[in-house]
Write a protein that binds this ligand. Structure first.
Ligand SMILES: [Zn+2]
Length: 481
């Protein structure tokens, strides 16, 4: 029921545990994407000297994007999405970029300024505040007061950071206009109208371009997708979408193929960031997996198979049938054997010895063996951020080893009382990003299919996106036999 690890974690403050968890996630994703050392060594020894540097750079890039990916993909996906737009046929090359025909309605700063105006811009320095910046611009305390009053309610100037700039239009000694670019999509303009300062926020809509990238696996998803032009961030997103079905560390083959259509956001012709993957496909060992992003009428977006099933897998709420909960998830429980307060970070299911224990979700066995107080235990990795643990087994399913893929509901072992247990039961843990969750109440990753009322709309999107994937495809893939 307990491990040393749990004891150690208990002594760390929460923040530290969160940091450790994120590191764990990054590590597991890194392992997913990097080619194994063994393969690299046999393939190309000349790369040996370069590889550590390359891996370090990759790792750093992965670290930068890992947390964002988790917010965006591994947890529930929500947010609004622009409508899909018809696309022109792809040009005949590997990487195709198509400008979407979305109308853009961008109010610009020019509404508020004319070419002959004499704006002066001041960059916020470390230790600057509004007053110091205003004084540098030749203004006085009254101006600071007036602007502060004007922005009191909206708090538009409450947070200015070093490196940002405030632009002033001063005529005589009167501050006529003030401009603050919060980010490329949002600018605050304050202008004197009569005797009052009026605050306006100017929001801009980026142009969305769709981009298509495809490629063939020769080495690893990371290496080959990067070579094809996908950013590290997009590779992470791609892997997260297919991670439930495809084992990117062990299960991919030379000749596997990927295709992805994703959005890029541009402003004034300059790319500001990657948007979402709207459709993607991975052909793994002859089996084709396709993911379509669909935003339902509630505004939440998820990835589905072309016929509307979730790309994600549900979990079984209980990994044993006909069992009763003998001890629930409890962070201040008195341990029955150790007789002191020790968090119980799982659920105990009392059942007779030999009762089958089932994998609660599809995944891969990452631990099979005796593990301290857990006794005979199995840990299964599901996707990139969830693990489940099954402890105190009397025996394992002898066909399974560390590294085996298991299907939801597959028997992985049998109830027992190995390790620190008073009687036969299954101790079951559910961790998300390394943090223990109550398996009885944790919100499982979305696995529902497209809602019935959405099916018609979804099918239209799905058909269109599948057609686009086909239209864009330009590689005549050599079969890897
Ligand atoms: Zn327990």
């Amino acid at each position: 029921m307990l491990t040393l690890l749990k004891g150690i974690q208990n002594r760390f403050p929460t923040v530290h545990i969160a940091a450790v968890s994120i590191c764990g996630v990054i590590l597991s994703i890194t392992l997913l994407l990097l080619p194994s050392a063994e393969v690299s060594a046999t393939k190309d020894t000349s790369l040996t000297t370069e590889r550590p540097t390359q891996n370090a750079v990759q790792k750093e890039l992965i670290e930068q994007s890992a947390e964002r990916i988790h917010n965006d993909l591994v947890l529930n996906i929500s947010g609004s999405e622009s409508a899909f737009t018809p696309l022109v046929p792809a040009a005949n090359k590997n990487t195709t970029q198509i400008k979407a025909t979305l109308p853009t309605n961008n109010p610009t700063i020019s509404t508020y300024e004319t070419p002959d105006e004499n704006w002066v811009s001041y960059t916020v320095q470390k230790n600057d505040n509004l007053t110091s910046l205003f004084l540098r611009a030749g203004l006085n305390a009254t101006d600071v007061y007036n602007i502060s009053q004007a922005t009191l309610e909206g708090k538009e100037l409450n947070q200015i950071y070093p490196g940002e700039a405030l632009a002033f239009l001063i005529e005589g000694s009167v501050l006529k206009k003030l401009k603050y670019e919060v980010n490329p999509l949002r600018t605050i303009v304050i202008q004197l109208l009569g005797s009052d300062y009026v605050v306006n926020a100017i929001e801009r809509t980026p142009d969305t371009h769709e981009r298509y990238i495809e490629g063939v696996i020769n080495n690893s998803l990371f290496v080959d997708a990067e070579h094809a032009g996908l950013s590290n961030n997009m590779i992470m997103r791609f892997a997260a979408i297919f991670g439930w079905d495809v084992d990117f560390s062990q299960g991919i083959r030379q000749g596997d193929r990927f295709r992805v259509i994703y959005n890029e956001q541009f402003l004034d012709g300059k790319k500001i960031k990657d948007g979402h993957i709207v459709a993607a496909q991975f052909v793994n060992n002859g089996e084709t997996f396709t993911a379509i992003r669909y935003t339902d009428s509630d505004g939440s977006s998820r990835y589905y198979t072309p016929d509307g099933h979730s790309m994600r897998k549900a979990f079984l709420r209980m990994p044993v049938d006909f069992a009763r909960i003998s001890s629930g998830f409890n962070l201040s429980r008195k341990h029955p054997v150790l007789n002191r307060i020790r968090a119980h970070k799982g659920v105990d299911y009392a059942a007779s010895t030999g009762t089958p224990i089932k994998a609660s979700g599809d995944g891969k066995i990452i631990w099979k063996g005796t593990k301290g107080g857990y006794g005979r235990a199995i840990i299964i990795q599901h996707g990139s951020n969830i693990t489940t643990l099954y402890a105190h087994m009397s025996k394992y399913n002898s066909k399974l080893q560390q590294g085996s893929r298991v299907k939801q509901g597959q028997v992985i072992g049998y109830v027992g009382k190995s390790g620190l247990a008073t009687g036969p039961h299954l101790h079951y843990e559910f961790r998300v990003n390394g943090a223990h969750k109550n398996p009885m109440t944790v919100k499982f990753p979305q696995a529902s299919p497209v809602a019935k009322r959405e099916l018609v709309a979804f099918q239209a999107v799905s058909d269109q996106m599948q057609a686009q994937l086909e239209t864009y495809s330009t590689i005549k893939y050599a079969r890897a036999e």
